[in-house]
Design a protein around this ligand. Structure first.
Ligand code: UD1
Length: 433
């Protein structure tokens, strides 16, 4: 049976919340474990349905995977029985496409289903494929699968048309054991790329420049990567979600286990809007505000710009800010799914192509709303705690992909929120992000 959230909003959230390991990093680290037959121990691993899907993919390939009740995950890719990731699994979660680079890099062959479009945009993989071809792989697309082969990949100079996170990762994974150096320019600079490079280096790879737009991957000998223990970086998007819920309710919230520099593009905007922000320790951020926030404009950009993954939750905050705000979405073609739901809660928003204009209303009012995708779901939870009255949020499987224990974490901050069976029989929507 599906479930829904019931939130009685309008209460200021107060307290401290522990942030989990980053979904968008752990999935890539899991794909990277395919590069060695040794055992890997990952720590700070969140319990999320996306981690479950990646576990299924790795098990399908022949890996031993064991997630503990705490934050540890053990993976060993010693007895790989297949180099094929089937459509049934890849379509559930686009990040599973990252096994392409690892399988090709270690075994010289891979057959991975094309992820297809998804609900937030067309999201092609042309840059992944071009990068692998530049490394000397023969790549064909047959029957919805990317089939790649290479007896030995050769390092190359590669310039990405756009700094794609996934393409940067797949090329890094493939180039790790290539012959010679790969120089990847216009690379993605997201913190998750740095986490992947640090992890690969801990396994014996030789990668520098992560976090800048030029990565240098010096290929190491085939078979030379080894086991390690590694702690996943904190989830900057989850942290941001609790900060926005805190300030949106005019509360006082501290997020712990974060790297504040990862959240600079958000915290700068929040300060300009009138929020008070402090760093009580190097790994925490406190936010509070007693006043209505001021309107603000944002344009989504690759890191270190304002993240597209925070666009929907941030729009919830803007919906009650004083004045007119403008949001421009530049990364995805179809990422305003929260708008219709926020309007059902009383927001005043109009959309013209990739631009949304939000005229702040004094308050949102509770309603029945859908979590249309993962981050639109976060936007609905924030809206629910901010709104007057009761809100019901449906389609929670989207939220479960990326938010560990959202109900207990929100409750620890004083939110009145519960998760109950949804007996309405509503159809479930799919997404692969
Ligand atoms: C990752 C994140 C996602 C985030 C996104 C941008 C994970 C699991 N997901 O997704 O949460 O929203 O980064 O920060 O880490 N593109 C192409 N051709 C390609 C690859 C990408 O045209 O070969 C386009 C996409 O259609 C999209 C844009 O580039 O419009 C950004 O995509 P990309 O950076 O690759 O995002 P993901 O790695 O899929």
């Amino acid at each position: 049976m599906t479930e829904k959230l019931i939130i009685h909003g309008g209460k200021a959230l107060r307290g401290e919340v522990e942030i989990s390991g980053a979904k968008n990093s752990v999935l890539k680290l899991m794909a990277a474990t395919l590069l060695t037959g040794d055992s890997i121990e990952l720590r700070n691993v969140p319990h999320l349905s996306d981690v479950g899907v990646m576990t299924q993919v790795l098990k399908y390939l022949g890996c031993d995977v064991d997630q503990q009740d705490d934050d540890r995950l053990y993976i060993q890719a010693k007895n790989i029985t297949s180099c094929e990731a089937p459509y049934d699994l890849v379509r559930k979660m686009r990040a599973s496409f990252d096994v392409l680079g690892s399988l090709l890099g270690r075994f010289g062959e891979a057959r991975v289903a094309l992820p297809g479009g998804c609900s937030i945009g067309k999201r092609s993989v042309d840059l992944h494929v071009k990068g692998l071809i530049a490394l000397g792989a023969e790549v064909e697309i047959n029957h919805g699968y990317v089939e790649a082969k290479a007896s030995r990949l050769i390092g190359a100079e590669i310039l990405l048309d756009t700094p794609s996170v996934g393409a940067t990762e797949n090329i890094m994974l493939a180039a790790t054991m290539a012959e010679g150096a790969t120089i990847l320019s216009n690379a993605a600079q997201e913190p998750e790329i740095v986490d992947l490079a640090n992890f690969l280096n801990a396994m014996g790879a030789d990668i520098s420049g992560a976090g800048t737009n030029e990565l240098v991957i010096n290929g190491v000998k085939p078979g030379s990567l080894h086991g390690t223990t590694y702690s996943v970086m904190p989830d900057r998007i989850e942290a941001a979600t609790y900060l926005m819920a805190g300030v949106g309710t005019m509360g006082d919230v501290t997020v712990n286990n974060v790297l504040p520099v990862h959240l600079s593009s958000l915290t700068h905007k929040l300060i300009e809007m009138g929020a008070e922000i402090e760093m009580p320790s190097p790994n925490s951020i406190r936010i509070h505000s007693e006043r209505r926030l001021q309107a603000q404009n944002i344009v989504t950009q690759p890191y270190p710009g304002f993240p597209t993954d925070l666009q929907a939750p941030f729009m919830t905050l803007l919906s009650t800010a004083d004045g007119v705000s403008i949001v421009k979405e530049t990364i995805y073609e179809n990422r305003f799914k929260q708008v219709g739901e926020l309007k059902r809660m009383g927001a005043d928003i109009s959309v013209e192509r990739d631009v949304a204009v939000i005229t702040g209303v004094p308050h949102l009012s509770g309603a029945e709303v859908n979590a249309h995708d993962l981050r639109a779901g976060a936007a609905m939870v924030i809206a629910g705690v901010m709104a007057e009255g009761s809100t019901q949020v449906f389609d929670l499987h989207h939220l479960d992909r990326g938010y560990e224990d959202v109900v207990s974490k929100m409750r620890s901050l004083g939110a009145d929120i519960e998760r109950v069976p949804d007996t309405s029989g509503r159809p479930v929507t799919e997404e692969s992000a």
